[in-house]
Write a protein that binds this ligand. Structure first.
Ligand code: BGP
Length: 477
């Protein structure tokens, strides 16, 4: 594999999310968000799936989002480190509840607006483009209690108002936007993805696809508003991507692989092509799902499609129709993937498949023929600080170099990939596990799973590696 020189204007950088980095969960007028109700430990997964015990934090639990890594106060120093690596872009998210603490306040919270004004100014001061996610797992809790979150049509209007507010405020500073982070996560971790808390007797599948419809319409309305308020901006969707491989060449496995891919591509088909695909209509019919759509929705979806396809890639997925195989090849993957016998796994069971990155990018390119933006890729690992205070994360360099090389191959295949913001350039709270121990960063943060530590930042071995990758345009891997 030759080392390929990426385009001069390629957006090298990193990605974080408000809920996993900022902390200050009630500071500056912010209201409670979904993730402020997610403790670490074994019942986190159950709550993320919609079994929510309480809509206020329980005194008996530790909530890692409450302080996270205190990016809210420390972002100038962290951004200086990103600039030292030569970042061209930093993906961040705006916490909806910092702008509208209940989600439906008559006026936005000025302290919240000012915080992101200051954050974007700090980035631009260093020549770093802000790439902003409107919704990254943080619906205001009030909207869950009052409306049931995205199961209610009300959220479409509230989200549109929130989007218009931030587009108007930041129109001179932010030129890259995306709507819902990993919108397909709604199907697998519905509380995390869309604030869906389920009650006894709920038709969960119908609620999920109704909520999905509301998010798809809200996303299209945000696209419409962005194009009007910031004509020179790009606004995209965002998919947790990773192609499904059939376990065998048995057509049943191959067909199931296509169906599993379509479970995720459904969201992007609507956001990029502007209409519900036939297989989705059949799925609703076959499962007796009554999805309520307003008369104007079809036109909204058709007329306001995204400018690019944002996606996260961590690993490929595998599927089998053979119960024996499924019993023996289990994996903790939320997408229902089984283990792939040809591939290694991370400590958290995530398959490592660099070639899958090239396969996934090509599939997205073939399907949508739009610019692609890799807005998450990274290797979560338990990093150790040695006696000299150094962190040798050569394993992370190995994962990243193999993935960046395959991304270069994908561009040479014709995929128009415009940027790469690797996930967690600084250690932040893990979304799925709530752990600080699952680290992704080029920069270590002294904080453990129980919230102990001084929050000091330490450069890892990968810090210099990534700095050279960016400086060399991707040729020095
Ligand atoms: C994606 C999320 C990110 C981030 C990433 C890594 O699902 O968009 O928020 O968390 O996964 O996953 P984790 O933090 O669970 O290791």
């Amino acid at each position: 594999m030759t080392t390929f020189k990426f385009p001069e204007n390629f957006l090298w950088g990193g990605a974080i999310a408000a809920n996993q980095a900022e902390g200050a969960y009630l500071e500056g007028g912010k209201g409670l968000s979904i993730v402020d109700l997610l403790p670490t430990g074994e019942n986190r997964r159950s709550i993320m799936k919609g079994n929510v015990p309480a809509f206020t934090p329980l005194a008996s639990e530790f909530y890692p989002s409450h302080e996270a890594i205190d990016f809210y106060h420390r972002y100038p120093q962290d951004i200086a480190l990103f600039a030292e690596m030569g970042f061209k872009a930093l993906r961040v998210s705006i916490a909806w509840a910092r702008i509208f603490p209940t989600g439906e306040d008559a006026e936005p919270n000025e302290a919240g607006l000012q915080f992101y004004d200051d954050l974007f100014d700090e980035l631009l001061k260093h020549g770093i483009e802000p790439v902003v996610t409107l919704a990254h797992f943080d619906v205001p809790v009030h909207l869950i209690e009052k409306y049931g979150s995205w199961r209610s049509r009300k959220l479409v209007d509230l989200f549109e108002n929130y989007a218009k507010t931030v587009f108007t405020r930041y129109k001179d500073k932010v030129k890259y936007w995306m709507t819902f982070n990993e919108i397909n996560m709604l199907l697998h971790l519905p509380f995390l993805g869309a604030g869906l808390a389920f009650n006894e007797g709920d038709n969960i599948k119908e609620i999920q696809y109704q909520a999905a419809h509301h998010q798809l319409v809200a996303s299209a309305l945000a696209v419409k508003a962005c194009h009007k308020i910031i004509p020179d901006a790009m606004i995209g969707c965002m998919l947790a991507a990773g192609s499904f491989y059939p376990y065998t060449c048995n057509p049943e496995d191959v067909f199931q692989g296509m169906e599993k891919d379509r479970e995720s591509y459904f969201f992007i088909d609507v956001q990029s092509r502007g209409e519900y695909p036939g297989y989705a209509k059949r799925f609703f019919k076959d499962h007796n799902l009554n999805i309520v759509m307003e008369p104007q929705d079809a036109d909204i979806l058709r007329n306001h499609t995204v400018d690019y396809i944002g996606f996260s890639y961590y690993s490929s997925r595998t599927t089998s129709t053979d119960p024996e195989v499924n019993k023996n090849m289990t994996s903790g993957n939320v997408f229902g993937s089984i283990a792939n016998p040809y591939l290694a796994k991370s400590e958290w069971g995530w398959t490592v498949d660099p070639k899958g990155f090239r396969i996934t990018a090509n599939q997205l390119h073939d399907r949508y023929q739009k610019p692609l933006f890799v807005v998450e890729n990274g290797f979560g690992a338990h990093d150790e600080v040695n006696a000299e205070g150094e962190i040798d994360d050569s394993y992370r360099i190995d994962y990243l170099k193999r993935h960046v090389a395959e991304m270069g191959e994908a561009i040479q295949d014709g995929c128009n990939i415009i940027g790469y913001t690797s996930w967690g350039p600084i250690d932040i709270v893990s979304a799925s596990s709530g752990e600080m121990r699952k680290r992704y960063g080029y920069i270590y943060v002294d904080r453990d799973n129980e919230g102990k530590g001084e929050l000091t930042r330490i450069k890892k071995k990968s810090f210099e590696w990534y700095k050279n990758v960016i400086a060399s345009g991707g040729t020095d891997l």
